[in-house]
Design a protein around this ligand. Structure first.
Ligand SMILES: [Zn+2]
Length: 368
């Protein structure tokens, strides 16, 4: 009687090493399924398969003359979910998964697990989520998308949620923002860093930046509609240009237009002295990178200084913003509370055609 060869058992110490290196997650690229919890009951349960890159027998997928030697070798084993174990051994697809590719999956995965689990407390950031109705709609800021956006940092316990969906007017929104900042942030003495996710109207985004100020470390993120994520992108993107009016006498009131996601119709704003900071090609996709935010901060701050120098600190600035939330947030953060002139925020309200005064963003503190 011919005896069928039995698959050699994988020694316990090899299994243990594989579990640790894989972080208990499927090593197939893009899967990452956690393999020690039932998907439905959430009870601890071993769902792992140990897949062979080179099969343990020469006649099976990717098998060769070394099969026997590699059968229990950690470098030839991948921890996978059953779905991906079946996929890579399925005769119909086996050619799509050559040895080199699977080795690459294993290497990438194990390097990532090693790096991520090596992070200490210093990589924790506190998440601030703020949302309001925008044209009657509320958008959800998903936890998974947030975690991905802040990588390699990770969210510390309990997000700070500022839910403005029920507020009736701007004043109550301002109060709610101030309360959240006082409660969670002003009282925070251990110098946490904040990652800010906003899906709200422009004045609220701006006011949150103002209330937080530039003394706490905060980074704002932007939602990208095309990829449905909040990850800042690498690369070279567009710049900002400043334009100034020719002033012959010192005006006591000027407009400051921020034109990033679109142009602002100059016939609809309060007066005719126009300062502007503008994207080189305004549009909803203009802001892509953190570097652009930084460039904006610098140029916006310089422009505020210049307005104060030219018109004096008693000038009133009418601020009109067409920009995504991170820019509005940065504008608020840039304002220097003991130095800057009064800044009134204008926005489109309801069905009004022209821009309306919606909020005093900052009032000048008189110095004697
Ligand atoms: Zn998998």
């Amino acid at each position: 009687m011919e005896e069928k060869k039995k698959r050699p058992a994988i020694p316990e110490n090899v299994k243990r090493e594989l579990w640790i290196k894989s972080g208990g997650r499927c090593e197939f690229r893009g899967c990452n399924k956690y393999l020690y919890k039932d998907g439905v009951t959430k009870q601890p349960r071993n769902l792992a398969n140990i897949a062979h890159i080179v099969s343990w027998t020469p006649t099976e997928p990717r098998g060769n003359q070394n099969s026997e030697k590699l059968a229990t070798d950690i470098s030839n084993l991948m921890l996978t979910c059953s779905e991906h174990n079946n996929l890579i051994d399925d005769p119909r697809y086996v050619e799509m998964y050559p040895v080199e590719l699977l080795q690459q999956y294993k290497r990438e995965h194990e390097e990532r697990i090693y790096r991520v689990t090596g992070m200490g407390q210093e990589y924790g950031v506190r998440i601030i989520k703020m949302f309001s109705k925008i044209q009657g709609q509320v958008s959800i800021i998903g936890d998974k998308a947030v975690s991905e956006a802040i990588m390699p940092y990770y969210p510390l316990e309990s997000d700070i949620i500022i839910d403005l969906t029920q507020v009736e007017d701007v004043t109550s929104a301002q109060k709610q923002i101030e309360r959240a900042v006082d409660l969670h942030i002003k009282s925070n003495s251990n110098e946490e860093s904040y990652s800010v996710f906003i899906m709200a109207k422009i004045p609220y985004a701006c006011y949150l930046g103002y209330a937080l100020g530039n003394k706490v470390k905060s980074v704002s993120h932007q939602f990208f509609r095309d990829t449905q994520d909040w990850k800042w992108r690498d690369g070279e993107f567009g710049h900002f240009y400043v334009s100034k009016p020719k002033v012959e006498k010192t005006e006591d009131e000027v407009n400051l237009l921020v034109e990033i996601s679109g142009n602002i119709d100059r016939r609809l704003v309060p007066n005719n002295i126009m300062y502007s900071i503008k994207a080189e090609n305004p549009g909803f996709m203009f802001i892509q990178s953190k570097e652009q935010l930084l460039e904006f901060q610098i140029k916006f701050r310089e422009l505020l200084n210049e307005i104060r120098d030219i018109h004096g600190e008693e000038v009133k600035i009418n601020l009109v913003i067409a920009a995504p939330n991170p820019i509005s947030f940065e504008i608020g953060k840039c304002i220097m509370k003991n130095i800057d002139p009064t800044i009134i925020l204008y926005d489109k309200v309801d069905n009004e055609v022209s821009y309306q005064n919606v909020m005093c963003l900052h009032s000048r503190i008189r110095r004697e």
